[in-house]
Design a protein. Structure first.
Length: 202
C-alpha cells in the first residue's frame, strides 16, 4: 500500500476494482461509441454507450436474462453461447439505433483468448457492427455454438451419470439436454435474427 506525503488516494471505483480510469479516458478521447461487455455471476450484459459531458448515455443494450424471457433460451445465462447471443442482440439494437461502429470496452475483465467477453464481441460483429478486434482472440464457431459443452456432457453421461447430473444440474433443471445445446443455440439465434430481419435487410 502506498504511503507518504505525496501518495494520492485512488478514486473509489478504482480502489474497488471496478473502473480503470486511464483506459476509460483513452476510450472517451476517441469520441466513438463503446461496445461495453460486463459479466456477473449468472449473466452477461452488453451495452453500446456514448460518453457525454453530463455522463454516459446508453444507446442500445441487451441482458442475457432477455434470452430466456423473450427467446426461449434454456441454458445458463453466463456461458459462451449466451454471451454471443447477448452480443448479437445488442449489436442488432445498436444498428437499429443508427450505430455502425463501436470500440470494445471489456472493463477490468482479463483479455483471455476465446473468453466470454470476446464471444459477446463476436456477436456484435456478426450483427453487422464494426468493432476493432484481432481475429485470434475470438472464440471458434464450435465454442460459440456450445459444441464443447455438448460433447463433454455426452461423454460424462455415459461414463459417470451421477457426476453428469451434478455438473449439469442447471441445464437439466430448466429442461434442456446439454447434449442438444448446439441445436438449441441455433434455434434461439434464428429467433433473434427473425425478430430483427428488417435491420439486417437494410
Amino acid at each position: 500500500m502506498g504511503h507518504g506525503p505525496r501518495y494520492k488516494v485512488h478514486k473509489r471505483r478504482r480502489r474497488e476494482g471496478k473502473t480503470n480510469y486511464y483506459k476509460r479516458y483513452k476510450m472517451i478521447l476517441s469520441g466513438k461509441p463503446r461496445f461495453v461487455v460486463r459479466r456477473t455471476l449468472n449473466y452477461i450484459i452488453v451495452q453500446v454507450v456514448k460518453a457525454f459531458p453530463q455522463g454516459d448515455i446508453t444507446i442500445a443494450a441487451a441482458h442475457s436474462r432477455e434470452l430466456m424471457k423473450k427467446y426461449g433460451w434454456k441454458a445458463p445465462g453466463d456461458n459462451t453461447p449466451a454471451a454471443y447471443l447477448t452480443g448479437l442482440l445488442a449489436g442488432l439494437r445498436a444498428l437499429k439505433a443508427g450505430i455502425k461502429y463501436a470500440i470494445p470496452d471489456i472493463g477490468l475483465h482479463r483479455p483471455i483468448r476465446g473468453s466470454r467477453v470476446f464471444a459477446a464481441i463476436k456477436g456484435g460483429l456478426d450483427a453487422g457492427l464494426e468493432i476493432p478486434h484481432s481475429e485470434e482472440v475470438l472464440p471458434t464457431e464450435d465454442r460459440i455454438r456450445g459444441e464443447h459443452i455438448a460433447s463433454y456432457a455426452q461423454k460424462l453421461a455415459s461414463e459417470d451419470p451421477a457426476l453428469y447430473e451434478r455438473m449439469f444440474s442447471r441445464y437439466l433443471g430448466i429442461g434442456l439436454d446439454p447434449g442438444r445445446l448446439p441445436q438449441h443455440f441455433e434455434e434461439v439465434k434464428n429467433r433473434i435474427l427473425e425478430d430483427y430481419k428488417e435491420v439486417l435487410s437494410t
